[in-house]
Write a protein that binds this ligand. Structure first.
Ligand SMILES: [Zn+2]
Length: 429
């Protein structure tokens, strides 16, 4: 590194007009261009592991859903006029070879292709090696549940791993406990059993098949400020919920802060005891749909949990946007904190995505940054996230190379780590 810096310093500051010197300068700049091109090709070609994403909708629901509804968490018409949506139409027109950027034409073309071919195109272009699915994401459109393809369906396109969504497990156990008339102890045992992953999940029982970690959406419910509650209060909350539930309850949405905080902590404890290594816990942070209280989605609130379970890896999802610098800080000071780049890419404008990645790179060690797309509902997001992550990381690393922070070799290793190696190591896969 030092030698390279000195070489460059010599060539760029030598104002000698001799023929030899200008030839050297030309050679050097040609050499840099070749190395830049090699890096560009490397970053375009590398396979990626998508560390956080969701199931693709099945037909015909996927084509009943307007494209804009999949591109924006708020699901609003106003987002038709955003930089991101305008850009995305142009990209999808190119991807699907339509004659115009017209949204109706793009939607018609998608339907003609069908979900299988569309997914095939997007996964191939995204160069996906494996995905880690949170497959507990249900989706209602106009009051109707749109059916999702199950995780097994996705194995037609790539290798699939899963994470268990903590709140969904607790909700299902609450419903079951109502049917069984379970007391707290029996209910708690059920939750512990559901959250305890054996055989690293790969050959485990059906509900644990391919499970390699956890996911929590507490930010969407009661926020990231996890409090300590007495067991008495937690049991009281449970008993109140059970008393108020109707006997024929089918689904339940957990909103009790004592229970949500208690089960997040329980998950951390179960993970800490997992052999041979604790399992990573993915936590939604930052922006999302209107359920999120954005103030309480700041990852800095997680400090007590991060510190209390130092052996449990926590991955902050969605670049923690707009708290990206806060997330970077946490990865910098805590060995067990990681951050991913999903949702921010491809949901923001080009300038926004660049800024978010740049904010991460200001402080976050490269070993703590994970690639993800947070794709949901439609396969196109898998492609868009991959495309923009590659494009913008290339630009940012070239800037660092030009400023002699890193060299091409180091940039190549950084690319390996962000797109694949960090994830393989973290999830032990
Ligand atoms: Zn997600």
């Amino acid at each position: 590194m030092e030698a390279n810096m000195n070489d460059h310093h010599l060539s760029s500051t030598n104002n000698n007009n001799s023929h030899n010197s200008s030839t050297n300068n030309n050679n050097n700049s040609n050499n840099v261009e070749v190395l830049n091109e090699q890096l560009y090709k490397y970053i375009q070609d590398i396979k990626c592991i998508d560390h956080h994403c969701h199931n693709i909708l099945d037909e015909p629901g996927i084509f009943q859903l307007p494209l804009i509804s999949s591109m924006c968490e708020a699901n609003l018409e106003q987002d038709l006029n955003s930089l991101t949506f305008k850009r995305t139409l142009k990209e999808l027109s190119q991807l699907l070879s339509t004659s115009t950027n017209n949204v109706e034409e793009i939607e018609k073309k998608r339907e003609e292709l069908g979900v299988e071919q569309l997914t095939s195109i997007c996964f191939e272009k995204a160069k996906i090696e494996a995905i880690i699915l949170d497959d507990a994401f249900e989706f209602k459109y106009n009051g109707k549940n749109l059916p999702m393809n199950d995780w097994q369906w996705h194995t037609k396109y790539t290798k699939v791993y899963r994470v268990i969504r903590v709140e969904t497990v607790v909700e299902k156990c609450i419903v079951q406990a109502k049917k069984d008339g379970s007391c707290w102890d029996k209910f708690l045992n059920h939750v512990v059993k559901e959250l305890t992953i054996e055989n690293n999940g790969v050959d485990g029982p059906e509900n644990h098949r391919q499970v390699i970690g956890y996911k929590s959406i507490l930010a969407y419910r009661t926020g990231l400020k996890v409090d300590e509650w007495s067991l008495e209060t937690v049991i009281q909350e449970y008993n109140t919920i059970q008393k108020e539930l109707s006997p024929d309850v089918q689904t339940y949405r957990l909103m009790s802060k004592p229970l949500i905080d208690f089960f997040l902590q329980l998950t951390m404890k179960i993970s800490a005891q997992h052999k041979p290594h604790p399992l990573p816990v993915q936590i939604h942070t930052g922006f999302g749909d209107s359920d999120v209280d954005l103030i309480l989605a700041n990852p800095l609130h997680l400090k007590p949990v991060i510190a209390a379970y130092p052996t449990v890896p926590i991955t902050l999802l969605h670049c923690s946007y707009p708290y990206t610098r806060e997330a970077a800080f946490l990865t910098w000071v805590y060995p067990n904190v990681y951050v991913d780049i999903g949702l921010a890419i491809p949901s923001l404008s080009i300038a926004g995505m660049r800024q978010a990645l740049s904010s991460l790179l200001e402080l976050a060690p490269i070993d703590k940054i994970l690639y993800s797309s947070d794709s949901h509902h439609i396969p196109e997001i898998y492609y868009l996230a991959s495309h923009w992550s590659r494009t913008l990381l290339y630009q940012l690393f070239i800037e660092s190379i030009n400023q002699q922070e890193i060299n091409h070799q180091e940039a190549t290793l950084f690319v390996d780590k962000i797109f694949r190696l960090n994830c393989l190591k973290l999830y032990n896969i």
